[in-house]
Design a protein around this ligand. Structure first.
Ligand code: GRF
Length: 190
């Protein structure tokens, strides 16, 4: 099975996923795509000798270029890892049950447009939540509303800052995302 990872930022999740599958013959990360030419994920892809593609908004939404690329790279599964763009419907439809995302909060709370990255942790702290966590879900054409696959939570203390929450959540992301992806892929091939 060939995975493509979409990322917009530093790509720490992408890196964990690449190292998790390194050496596996049944599943491999074959391509990394980003909308951000400065994304740290490009350098991380290079470390694993994985090709990366930078695309712009226009080609992502107004053409099927990216879908064509995924198809001719024989991509079977799409992983979003800190990807900040909505997935166009034609791409969602091309990968039914084969596209997942990770959200740094316990959906359905703190989800939806604009609720990403640090904003999420600020909102969680501002609301006085006693826990936060991660949600791994299938992707549909609406932000963060696909069927939930996995959730894990962490405790928030009254003195935790958004940064403290972000690092607790990131520990959960790195610990769980790769193996949840592995389970979804290997189950889908059963
Ligand atoms: C993570 O918080 C993830 O939950 C969210 O975007 C961030 C990606 O971080 N979707 P990184 O680029 O993988 O380090």
């Amino acid at each position: 099975k060939r995975i493509a990872i979409f990322a917009s930022g530093s790509g720490s999740n992408a890196e964990k996923i690449c190292s998790y599958f390194e050496g596996r013959t049944d599943v491999e990360v074959s391509l990394i795509l980003t909308n951000n030419p400065q994304a740290g994920v490009i350098a991380r892809a290079r470390k694993f000798h994985i090709p990366s593609v930078v695309f712009d908004r226009k080609s992502f939404y107004e053409s099927e270029k990216i879908l064509d690329l995924l198809k001719n790279q024989k991509i079977d599964f799409i992983v979003l890892a800190g990807f900040m763009m909505l997935i166009p419907p034609f791409l969602v439809e091309a990968y039914p049950g084969k596209m997942v995302n990770i959200h740094p909060a316990l959906l359905p709370k703190y989800g939806g447009k604009g609720m990403y990255g640090h904003f999420v942790h600020e909102a969680v702290v501002a609301a006085g939540e006693r826990e936060s966590g991660i949600t791994i879900h299938f992707v549909n054409e609406f932000y963060d509303e696909g069927n939930i696959i996995f959730q894990a939570s962490c405790e928030i203390t009254p003195t935790d800052s958004p940064d403290d929450v972000a690092s607790k959540v990131q520990v959960l992301e790195h610990a769980h995302y790769p193996e949840v992806i592995d389970k979804v892929i290997t189950e889908s091939t059963r």
